[in-house]
Design a protein around this ligand. Structure first.
Ligand SMILES: [Zn+2]
Length: 293
């Protein structure tokens, strides 16, 4: 999927796509009865008719401005230790770095890496395993991390989580990280919006060029099933109440605008425009007739 926002070219680079759990198990406030009326639009792309599980891709966004190649989120990566998430544990077959090259930008040509947050499926390719050591996958890039998010990842690491040690610390030690506040702006065409709740330092990443706008929403929303139910926070949110407030506020700010929402885990094409519907929202996907919500 390639999109153009003014002078900015954006390409989705999908690492994987698969089953992502039953809605009422991922969203504790949901019940099978509440999911039932959503099936007619959610199936077959967002909800698997055979298993009832949600379907979600894991993907990065390659952003080419006139001057820079920017990578937004870096998927899961290979060889990573995620013993509590077996679907991601010790993968060796993910090809994001090759796929970026195929899309026209080799890893050494990435100028800037930005992560919406430092979770397993958003920060993995920050590093790769080389001769038994974790090294930055993008050796010429400036990695821009939110200060609160790095602190959170480090604290989770102290409790045994592997992401800080494998995917963040090697970047810090290589001197490639720039630690910024959650309201950081790279320039007037790329800036962060604090969207805390999923994690304490989660940000959405805005893009603008010649009057056109887009924003990558990261994990402030996981599934189109949350469009009519923005109050459904997933078990992955570090602060479910703040996550729900952030989700509604963000969707309200997007509704009936021409700002394109670039999601991480909605089904392909994953990007679209938000509209209000009843007490919730819907999304018209770009370039096709799919409408969710
Ligand atoms: Zn995610």
């Amino acid at each position: 999927m390639s999109i153009t926002i003014g002078d900015i070219a954006i390409t989705t680079v999908v690492e994987s796509s698969g089953l992502a759990g039953l809605p009422h198990e991922v969203f504790p406030d949901a019940t099978p009865e509440m999911v039932e009326p959503l099936r007619h639009w959610a199936e077959p792309h967002a909800l698997d008719p055979a298993t009832g599980q949600m379907l979600m891709p894991v993907q990065a966004y390659l952003v080419r401005t006139k001057h820079q190649n920017i990578l937004l989120d870096t998927c899961v990566g290979n060889h990573k230790n995620h013993p509590n998430e077996l679907s991601y544990h010790q993968h060796t077959d993910y090809t994001l770095l090759e796929d970026l090259t195929k899309a026209g930008v080799a890893p050494q040509e990435i100028d800037i890496v930005m992560c919406s947050h430092l979770h397993v499926d958003h920060a993995g390719w920050n590093t790769r395993l080389l001769d038994g050591r974790w090294v930055p996958s993008f050796p010429n890039a400036r990695y821009i991390f939110s200060r609160k998010e790095v602190a959170f990842a480090e604290a989770e690491g102290a409790k045994g989580d592997s992401i800080y040690r494998e995917s963040v610390q090697p970047v810090l030690e290589a001197g490639l990280a720039e630690i910024v506040e959650a309201d950081f702006a790279l320039d007037d065409g790329c800036w962060f919006e604090p969207t805390h709740g999923h994690t304490p330092g989660h940000v959405a990443i805005h893009l603008a060029s010649r009057g056109q706008r887009a924003v990558m929403s990261g994990d402030l929303i996981h599934s189109p099933l949350q469009l009519p139910h923005p109050e459904w926070s997933p078990i992955y949110d570090s602060d479910p109440l703040e996550g729900a407030r952030t989700r509604r506020r963000f969707l309200e700010s997007m509704a009936e605008t021409d700002i394109l929402m670039m999601t991480q885990h909605f089904p392909a094409p994953s990007v679209g425009h938000i509209f209000s519907r009843g007490s919730g929202f819907g999304m018209r996907y770009l370039g096709c007739d799919m409408v969710h919500g």
